[in-house]
Design a protein around this ligand. Structure first.
Ligand SMILES: *Cc1c(COP(=O)(O)O)cnc(C)c1O
Length: 468
């Protein structure tokens, strides 16, 4: 299996080379030359596999340059009951009206990003050891990605993490989760500024090509192909968990920001998983809802991106969305490159003539949720089902209930646990969110963090000194 770019300008690459690359050299995103097809016989054979076994069957179709025994070993040590709290890894629960919640947030940082990031940590360590290389990750986070990356990379050979976060702007829980890590290869850098200032510094570091190659700088952001492919696995697992036979179809409802999670659902559907519809749920930052309703994609700047109570979806430029558009346009890289030239010029684009195809051929629909909807959903689910859901998952449940068709089974993806978003849970329920075992007293642990002004040179100097 070889990988090409959504903009058509990259010589095909192996899986191992693809996962160490950020953007493709032509500015596009990597995708396999074609999606492996999964037929009924394979679905039947896969239905009762454990999570790690299923992950192996799926990922080996994509990671063809990794010896199978090695891949199996990596997956066996990634998807364990010890890390995810249960043998099921991603159990489901059913609400009284039949909605299914797929639990994806039982990993070390209580958000679905652990599902892929834990795999990425083990995979990077393996690939780097094979190549005799080192990787120094410089990233920016507003909360969930940074902590998932740090917990996945802590103590790993050949990897250092320099994670920039906005000083004082994350929740106390999120701060404590990251800054309490004492591992020598994890570096927390708090920037006096906003998330966008952190992101600008990461871009400045990436654009300093001499620095980047001398210090082997890489990223772990949501466009990384290994993260997408690891997410494909739980769509299959969620399907098997929510149905009793491979004759059934389900729909998935996915809280979305960067389109990374639901992009994996699109790929699972293209592979042949019996998915009826893919429901994209946004918060007040509704660029994607606008696209699926009108065909118009108009990314917005930070001045028009609202700070909401589902903060991990406060995104107005969906980085993984380009992968879907590539498929929508019949995999025409030149056409995708032309559209993104419009995006880069601030104009966006209009695919209104493809609305029917998006719905009928690709199964996409969308909806949005507001702060008031979120509070109401958290209250209703708590009252009717005695389940406390987090703010992002609540956005998904709200939209799923709104668009549900008669007889449709909808699996709502749980993207975080409520303990991470304590303030909004208190606002909705007048009590504290349940805190999973092992997280008591997290905020009292000693913290390791260095504070800088929003200055890329200061960060580079720190990286240089830390790497000796
Ligand atoms: C990252 C994140 C999302 C958005 O996922 P995308 O892949 O960016 O669409 C939703 N909810 C939570 C809790 C997240 O951490």
């Amino acid at each position: 299996m070889k990988y090409i770019s959504t903009r058509g300008g990259m010589a095909p690459l192996s899986f191992s080379d693809t996962i160490l690359m950020g953007l493709a050299p032509d500015g596009g995103l990597a995708l396999p030359e074609s999606y492996p097809q999964v037929g009924r016989a394979q679905l039947d054979a896969w239905r009762d596999l454990s999570y790690a076994e299923l992950a192996f069957e799926i990922i080996r179709l994509f990671a063809t340059d990794i010896p199978q025994a090695d891949l199996k070993a990596i997956l066996d040590r990634t998807y364990t009951a010890e890390v995810y709290g249960s043998v099921a890894i991603t159990p489901v629960k059913r609400l009284h009206d039949g909605l299914v919640i797929l639990e994806l947030s039982n990993g070390p940082t209580l958000a679905f990003k652990d599902m892929a990031m834990q795999f990425l940590g083990n995979l990077f360590e393996y690939v780097l050891a094979k190549k005799g290389e080192q990787l120094n990750i410089v990233g920016a986070t507003s909360g969930d990605t940074g902590s998932a990356a740090e917990y996945a990379m802590r103590g790993k050979q050949g990897i250092n993490v320099f994670m920039l976060s906005p000083d004082g702007l994350m929740s106390p829980f999120q701060r404590a989760q990251m800054y309490s890590l004492q591992d020598a290869n994890i570096h927390n850098i708090a920037i006096k500024g906003m998330f966008d200032d952190c992101q600008d510094i990461v871009k400045a570091v990436q654009n300093d090509h001499a620095f980047k190659s001398q210090y082997k700088i890489g990223t772990v952001n949501s466009i990384n192909w290994a993260r997408v492919v690891a997410q494909v696995v739980y769509y299959f697992k969620g399907y098997f968990n929510a149905t009793s036979s491979n004759d059934e179809q389900v729909s998935f409802c996915v809280p979305s920001g960067n389109f990374g999670n639901v992009c994996a659902g699109h790929i699972a559907r293209q592979m042949g998983l019996p998915v009826q519809r893919l429901i994209v749920a946004t918060n007040e930052n509704d660029v994607l809802d606008e696209f699926f309703k009108t065909g118009r994609y108009q990314p917005r700047g930070t001045a028009n991106t609202w700070v909401t109570s589902s903060p991990s979806m406060d995104i107005s430029k969906a980085s993984n969305f380009e992968r879907f558009v590539f498929d929508l346009l019949g995999r025409d890289g030149a056409a995708v490159a032309a559209l993104w030239a419009e995006v880069d010029a601030g104009r966006g684009f209009d695919l209104g003539d493809k609305l029917a195809q998006m719905r009928e051929q690709f199964g996409f629909v969308s909806g949005k949720s507001s702060h008031a909807d979120r509070l109401a959903t958290i209250r209703t689910v708590d009252a009717e089902d005695q389940v406390v859901v987090d703010t992002h998952t609540a956005d998904g449940i709200k939209v799923a209930r709104e668009v549900r068709l008669p007889g449709e089974t909808i699996v709502c993806l749980e993207t975080a646990l409520p303990a991470k978003f304590a303030d909004t849970i208190r606002e909705a329920l007048n009590r504290d969110a349940p805190r999973p075992a092992g997280f008591e007293g997290l905020e009292d642990l000693p913290q390791k963090v260095t504070v800088f002004n929003a200055d890329a040179d200061a960060v580079k100097a720190y990286v240089r000194q830390a790497l000796g």
